[in-house]
Design a binder for this molecule. Structure first.
Ligand code: TXD
Length: 311
């Protein structure tokens, strides 16, 4: 048996706006070799070729392959799934459910066959329903199938609060829970500026307005772009989750995780704080919520269940 060190392999399923950005970030952050898969002929190959020419400029030694053959993801350590349609102006995330469910089912079969040991991060919308479907279709342990939305929603809350307070984004620590929809739950009681509750620094009507903007931030980007949805920040958010797994960082991150009674919810995926380390989603962190936050989380869970019923 060879005792040589194997390079890590990251499979990006979907080579569109987020997929391409993910490939760039994987290279820049030296996560491992990248396989960019898509059903559109030539596009993943073209993006991979272009990115391979960026490697010498930055002195990066990553190998990147573009492909239309799902078998090329064989042995991937991490699969990040963005395959599906994005929103157009006027569409809700839920409008995508049927089309994207068919795509996620196909992709799940490919991942199950070729990358059975992978940690799977789903980004495709409607997120909470698609990650649930991915876990059911692959049959992978729930620790190894997780949805990315909370890191992004939290980052949006942090960005708006830092702007309001005119402080560094790194001084703001925020939490957003619930489904990745307009009823997500920014948790004010756990949101601080270097430990100082934001409620002590910002008037409550301003905080209401900021939280409303967080809930609509994805739509704000869609309305401006007109041809698709946000892609830089969703890609960065998934990279943070992949790094926590690959480097066993045990970061506490908001992510769509499978609940088995935590927060009084079960048999669904929804955004909650989790610890991600070498075992995947190693723990769902339960925090005490006030009555309003509990009610909002339950309402958000109700919306996720409506989508699951469509599936
Ligand atoms: O926070 C979050 N989770 C999100 C989710 C934030 C922003 C956007 N979010 C969702 O990600 C969005 O609503 C979409 O459902 C996905 C992907 O967004 P992206 O902007 O990357 O969409 P693109 O550019 O249209 O790329 C999707 C690619 C495109 O190239 C298709 O050809 C491909 O998916 N596609 C497939 N790839 C592989 N296999 C199959 N079957 C397939 N079908 C389509």
């Amino acid at each position: 048996m060879s005792n040589s060190i194997r390079r890590r392999k990251i499979a990006l399923i979907g080579a569109g706006q987020i997929g391409g950005t993910l490939a760039l970030l994987c290279g820049q952050r030296n996560l491992g070799d990248v396989v960019l898969f898509d059903v559109v002929e030539g596009m993943p190959q073209g993006k991979a070729l272009d990115l391979s020419h960026l490697a010498p400029v930055f002195g990066l030694d990553f190998k990147i392959t573009g492909t239309n053959n799902i078998a090329d993801i064989a042995g991937a350590d991490v699969c990040i799934v963005t395959s599906g349609l994005p929103r157009k102006p006027g569409m809700s995330r839920d409008d995508l459910v049927k089309t994207n469910a068919d795509i996620v089912k196909k992709v799940a079969a490919g991942i199950k066959e070729h990358a059975p040991g992978a940690f799977v991060i789903v980004i495709t919308n409607p997120l909470d329903a698609m990650v649930y479907l991915m876990q059911k279709e692959t049959g992978f342990p729930t620790s190894h199938v997780v949805g990315m939305a909370g890191v992004l929603d939290t980052a949006r809350y942090q960005a708006f609060l830092a702007e309001e307070l005119n402080v560094s984004v790194s001084s703001v620590s925020a939490f957003v829970l619930g489904g990745h929809g307009d009823d997500m739950v920014p948790v004010r009681s756990y949101t601080t500026c270097n430990g100082i509750p934001v409620g002590n620094l910002i008037k409550s009507d301003r905080l209401d307005a900021i939280e409303k903007r967080v809930r609509g931030a994805g739509g704000e980007v869609v309305a401006l772009l007109k041809t698709g949805s946000a892609f830089y920040s969703p890609a960065a958010s998934a990279i943070q989750m992949a790094e926590s797994y690959l480097f066993d960082q045990r970061r506490v991150l908001a992510a769509a995780a499978s609940l088995k009674g935590e927060y009084g919810l079960k048999d669904l995926y929804i955004g909650v704080p989790v610890i991600i380390g070498k075992g995947g989603v190693e723990k769902v962190v339960e925090i005490e919520l006030n009555e309003n936050e509990k009610k909002a989380l339950n309402e958000s869970a109700g919306r996720v269940r409506e989508l699951l019923a469509i599936l």
